[in-house]
Design a protein around this ligand. Structure first.
Ligand SMILES: Nc1ncnc2c1ncn2[C@@H]1O[C@H](COP(=O)(O)OP(=O)(O)OP(=O)(O)O)[C@@H](O)[C@H]1O
Ligand SMILES: [Mg+2]
Length: 238
């Protein structure tokens, strides 16, 4: 289980995260939902070690979280433009996980087959569609066998059909026992994922719902309901 307690972050004088606490079980997907600037990516960046926290604790299975257990799928995919798709997946396996070229190639080829990308293995990222790039990004992250996966706006560049596929992909990761956190403001995506949803505002969590609870009883979750229906409960920043 991942347990985040009293996480706070400031940049200069500005409060970005204000006493954020939540747990994620293995096999559970948590969705961090909220408008631009509320601090969703900052939480993921702290979990992946790209950013430091000011205070609070992050415990994974009883120990402080180590970044080797964390995989991140970035909003803009972060693929290396000068490497082929296959090389994009192989590089971290060789450089970070210490695999031989042959081992890395075997892992890459298996994942490319799983993601229906074998035909694209020798292409460069610019030759792929947005959805294909997104699948490469997932494959590259999964190749490292993380226990916690953070997805930052995984559907920002995708059409509704691909959004639905990524939703299924995220559900599958949880079914495999991974711990998954998704930051998004895509209300189409959250309809596809079986999850626990935390709505954020100004660096705080203001409402929690399960995706099933939201379907069964939307009126119990007025802020999330409003957000998912494109409401205007708050037209100020964040
Ligand atoms: N390195 C930084 N220095 C100063 N301020 C930052 C830095 N990174 C983020 N911020 C600020 O922190 C706040 C939260 O940013 P964050 O990227 O976490 O928001 P978000 O919820 O992911 O938004 P979006 O939906 O647009 O991705 C914003 O006001 C942003 O300007
Ligand atoms: Mg963000």
């Amino acid at each position: 289980m991942l347990s985040i307690k009293n996480l706070s972050k400031h940049y200069h004088e500005k409060t970005i995260l204000d006493d954020v606490s939540f747990d994620v079980q293995a096999g559970e997907v948590v969705v961090l939902l909220g408008k631009s600037g509320v601090g969703k990516s900052t939480i993921l960046r702290i979990l992946t070690g790209l950013e430091t926290k000011d205070s609070g604790s992050i415990i994974f299975d009883g120990q402080p979280l180590v970044t080797q257990k964390v995989g991140m799928v970035f909003q803009d995919f972060n693929l290396f433009p000068h490497l082929t798709i296959e090389q994009n997946i192989m590089l971290p396996l060789q450089k970070v996980a210490g695999k031989t070229e042959q081992e890395a190639q075997n892992i890459a080829d298996q994942l490319l087959a799983k993601y229906e990308l074998s035909a694209q293995a020798q292409l460069y990222p610019h030759g792929l569609s947005g959805g294909q790039k997104q699948r490469v990004a997932f494959a590259r992250t999964l190749a490292m066998q993380p226990q916690l996966i953070c997805c930052d706006e995984p559907t920002s560049a995708l059409d509704p059909l691909l959004t639905s596929k990524i939703g299924q992909e995220i559900n599958d990761l949880a079914l495999q026992g991974l711990t998954v956190i998704v930051a998004t403001h895509d209300t189409e995506l959250i309809k596809q994922i079986k999850s626990t949803i935390y709505l954020m505002k100004s660096g705080k969590i203001i409402e929690k719902a399960t995706s099933q609870g939201l379907i069964d009883n939307p009126d119990q979750f007025p802020f999330i309901k409003n957000f998912t229906q494109g409401g205007t409960f708050d037209t100020t920043n964040n």
